[in-house]
Design a binder for this molecule. Structure first.
Ligand SMILES: Cc1ncc(COP(=O)(O)O)c(C=O)c1O
Length: 505
């Protein structure tokens, strides 16, 4: 640890050390419970007598800022009493507020709107949370993954921990090339770019295809984090509504006739938040319209191996004869979101640009994780895992649909998911999800208000119920509480909530 000491000041060195540590503790830079350097060590570093450091530490202990444990050392107190920084130690700091970029200001405004909505934290014993759109970590195949991680580290550790090709770990790109054929997507390894999850895919696409002021056509409702990335680069979002068949092709066509969006973003299967899948005829019509207007489609693809009921149709990328689809895939839904591992598929000229943007962003995705996932797939462990979770998520979806049918009051409707982790519920006329949420939480159930998924902030009557991470045994009770909250709100409507967007997964 470095402590600036001024030997010409006439202030005792012990006092200077004490004041410096007091400030670090007050500012949270020395966190509660952290061990302070041994007195001998710090004395040596600072070139002072060990007794000088010991005096400083004793003063900190006396002030309640630190605790001394015999034989173990001195630790920052768990709840240190906040010392008042003397004028001498108070630092003049730069005012950063005027220095942030336009993009940073847009992102901050989005985050503020999200906080204003007050989406409750997922989980907790008391609250049954349908708010988190993620897989259930209790189903993660952790032991199997630990084994493949150890194996690849043993076999290829030196190479995997060195810098790696920006495009991705070559065996994983080759594997994905074969894997995608299952779904009719034909891509050579060099047409696949490994990225840090779909989220980085959105970012690279936005950097590569969009300039500030550009328009982006985007399905509505949609995935909020995709909206945010496009907005952050200064794009204007033009919504294209979903109906039971998918994004409205007539709506897209009208929009393309009047405006010139640089791309159209959609999730054709296992759509977040509705869980719906577009109909095959919609897929063909979307591709035809996009090709006629020469507008790229960014297809955020849920993995085709994880679905409930009938197998979903082919991805748009599989039907793409004009080379206009940029496909985004991810291991987040079928394996672990924490891997941050996904891929983009596009025409070689596009992949080349995306790859250049990726190189600037982070040089490459962790080769160690790519190699582990590759081995996991090669061993068919992923197939086995997906079969297991698909069965469990189907059970949870069925339980949720049955409970909704049994318990929801008249006037409530909902989508029937074919895939994904959630459904969208519509409340009776006059009721808003933002206003319902606090009442629901009071009764021990949570959800995500629908306006989060609507580009124009509408969808006030809708809410998303994410079921994949809710244990089967809690679903019925969660729906019972929600139905009770809806009935209570119908009896006593409270002030309408603000229309806000919220960042969620
Ligand atoms: C539609 C959609 N796209 C992308 C993502 C993010 O995926 P990733 O973890 O690969 O960034 C999510 C996460 O929930 C999602 O719902």
């Amino acid at each position: 640890m470095h402590v600036p000491l001024d030997r010409s000041r006439g202030v005792p060195l012990a006092r200077q050390i004490q004041a410096h540590l007091e400030r670090l503790i007050a500012e949270g830079r020395l966190a509660p419970g952290v061990k302070l350097p041994a007195t001998r060590e710090l004395a040596q570093t600072l070139g002072v007598n060990r007794a000088t450091v010991a005096v400083a530490y004793e003063e900190l202990v006396a002030a309640g800022l630190a605790r001394a444990h015999v034989g173990q050392g001195t630790f920052v107190a768990e709840r240190p009493a906040a010392p008042v920084a003397s004028g001498e130690e108070a630092r003049a700091t730069l005012d950063w507020s005027g220095l942030f970029s336009r993009s940073a200001r847009i992102v901050a405004a989005e985050e503020d709107r999200g906080r204003a909505l007050g989406v409750p934290p997922a989980g907790g014993e008391r609250v049954i949370s349908f708010a988190g759109g993620m897989p259930d970590s209790a189903l993660f195949p952790i032991d199997a993954f630990r084994r493949v991680l150890n194996e690849v580290l043993r076999a290829e550790g030196e190479a995997l921990l060195q810098y790696s090709p920006v495009g991705g770990y070559p065996p994983l790109r080759r594997h994905l090339s074969g894997y995608l054929l299952r779904f009719g997507v034909e891509a050579r390894p060099e047409e696949i770019l490994i990225v840090n999850g779909s989220q980085q895919g959105f970012d690279l696409i936005a950097r590569t295809l969009l300039d500030p002021g550009d328009a982006v056509a985007i399905e509505q409702p949609t995935y909020p984090r995709a909206m945010q990335v496009f907005r952050a680069v200064g794009a204007r979002l033009l919504p294209v509504d979903w109906d039971a068949a998918g994004p409205r092709v007539d709506g897209l066509e009208r929009l393309l006739g009047r405006q010139s969006p640089k791309l159209f973003y959609c999730q054709p299967t296992a759509h977040n938040p509705t869980g719906l899948t577009l109909r095959p005829e919609t897929a063909h019509r979307l591709l035809a319209v996009a090709a006629r207007h020469q507008v790229p489609i960014v297809e955020d693809g849920f993995d085709g191996s994880l679905f409930y009921g009938p197998r979903p149709g082919a991805p748009l990328k599989a039907l793409d004869r004009a080379g206009i689809v940029v496909y985004i895939g991810t291991f987040s839904k079928v394996l672990f979101p924490g891997l941050r591992l996904g891929w983009l598929v596009a025409a070689p000229a596009v992949i080349e640009r995306l790859q250049a943007a990726k190189q600037l962003a982070d040089l490459h995705t962790s080769a160690l994780l790519q190699a582990a996932v590759h081995r996991f797939c090669e061993r068919r462990l992923l197939d086995r895992h997906v079969a297991r979770v698909a069965a469990e998520y189907t059970r949870r979806r069925d339980l949720l649909l049955a409970a909704l049918a049994r318990r929801m009051p008249d006037g409530v409707s909902w989508t029937e998911p074919r895939g994904g982790f959630s459904l969208l519920l519509t409340l009776p006329g006059g009721m808003e999800a933002v206003g319902l949420l606090p009442r629901a939480v009071e009764r021990g159930v949570a959800f995500t208000p629908g306006p989060a998924f609507f580009v124009d902030g509408t969808g006030e009557r809708t809410l998303r119920l994410a079921f994949a991470a809710v244990p089967a045994g809690r679903i019925e009770e969660g729906v019972r509480r929600l139905a009770e909250a809806i009935r209570a709100t119908a009896r006593q409507p409270r002030a309408r909530g603000a229309r806000e967007l919220v960042p969620v997964v």
